[in-house]
Design a protein around this ligand. Structure first.
Ligand SMILES: [Zn+2]
Length: 360
């Protein structure tokens, strides 16, 4: 499998192929996982001499959803292999792993606010929703005058193979994009994971700490302590004159904003809870069953912010949601009244990014 990069800097386009031991290793791990191999052997692509630790890390990244079967990862020593990891010249910029969605776009806006140079890296790996993403990433980068690198690697056949097992999860996707990013030798890699995504292995604290060591570049998220609604509360106050959220895209269909998938549902919850928007989103009706069965059945187990934001947003539009949802909202709002009120106050007052790094 080949990874192609096309850069577009001030309208100047350049194209080249990239290959590093790390990228090839991650691709091999993805292939073996999708093809359901029992065992996959790789040559250690990192500087870490503790091979079982490296193997554990990769198995951890691949194993999501938690009960999914993955191959055993055997890591072999790389000491006989000549160093083929020729480092590019330092890029002098950070790379923001960019999908055109709310979180990674907010990361670009935050980088601009901090006066940090960034290059956006988007990856077309054959995802079914790549066309709306491609359109959004190009338009956003042009509007923000941020250089865009587009990586292409065709994994569409594997994705088809794994639809049943992985649904919308693409194992090690973020690790692959981060591996492509470090091959360009940036200062830092920004991978915009949220506080409610820390269970996703390649957006987890372990990815940011251990992953940074293996990738020899700092991989970090400015939003590790924030939910999507918190990010939007800040966006509304700080960045909306630069770019609106409607210019971003995060949807599992190839139509862009289908208003009928779980990604659209999450996005609308955040928009309403943060008061970014007050318009009734069709997805609250279209996905009423998902919300009622899938979300409310586990709502006691959700982290407080996630629970609170679901309740805040549905309550905000109470008279427009289905009777079944109304009943549930009433019940749980009663149960979690104080907690929800407090979170709502917090969202209303939040006006800056809660970035540990800036507060150090
Ligand atoms: Zn959708």
């Amino acid at each position: 499998m080949v990874v192609n990069i096309e850069s577009n800097i001030n309208g100047k386009r350049e194209k080249w192929e990239i290959s590093t031991p790390l990228i090839n290793t991650v691709l091999e791990l993805i292939r073996a996982t999708y093809e359901d191999d029992e065992v996959v052997e790789i040559i250690n692509p990192t500087d870490c001499n503790n091979l079982s630790r490296v193997s554990e890390f990769f198995e951890y990244i691949l194993k999501y959803p938690k009960d999914v079967k993955i191959p055993k990862v055997i890591v072999k020593d790389n000491k006989d292999i000549k160093e083929s990891n020729v480092q590019n010249n330092p890029l002098g910029s950070d790379i923001v792993c960019f999908s055109g969605g709310i979180d990674s776009t907010a990361a670009l806006l935050y980088q601009m606010e901090q006066n940090k140079n960034s290059i956006a890296l988007w990856c077309d790996y054959g995802q079914t929703y790549k066309e709306p993403e491609r359109k959004a990433v190009r338009e956003i980068c042009e509007k923000l005058s941020i250089p865009l690198y587009e990586a292409t690697v065709d994994l569409s056949e594997l994705i088809v193979l794994g639809t049943e097992r992985f649904k919308h999860v693409f194992p090690a996707r973020n690790l692959l994009i981060a591996a492509i990013a470090v091959s360009l030798n940036p200062q830092e890699v920004i991978l915009a994971g949220l506080s409610d995504e820390l269970i996703v292995p390649d957006k987890s604290p372990r990815m940011y700490s251990e992953g940074s060591t293996y990738l020899k570049h700092k991989v970090y998220s400015p939003f590790m302590k924030m939910t999507k609604a918190e990010v939007l509360s800040v966006w509304k106050k700080k960045w909306n004159n630069i770019l609106t959220v409607d210019e971003t895209v995060s949807c599992y269909s190839n139509a862009g904003d289908c208003q009928d998938c779980s990604s659209c549902a999450k996005r609308e919850v955040a928009k309403i809870a943060s008061k970014y928007s007050s318009e009734f989103p069709k997805v609250f009706t279209n996905q009423a069953e998902l919300i009622s069965n899938h979300w409310f059945s586990r709502i006691d187990k959700f982290d407080n912010p996630r629970r609170d934001e679901i309740l805040i947003s549905l309550n905000e539009l109470f008279y427009k949601i289905t009777p079944d949802l109304q009943e549930k909202v009433k019940f749980y709002l009663d149960k979690y009244y104080d907690e929800v009120k407090e979170w709502q106050k917090h969202l209303d007052s939040l006006s800056t990014v809660i970035d540990e790094e800036q507060n150090e």
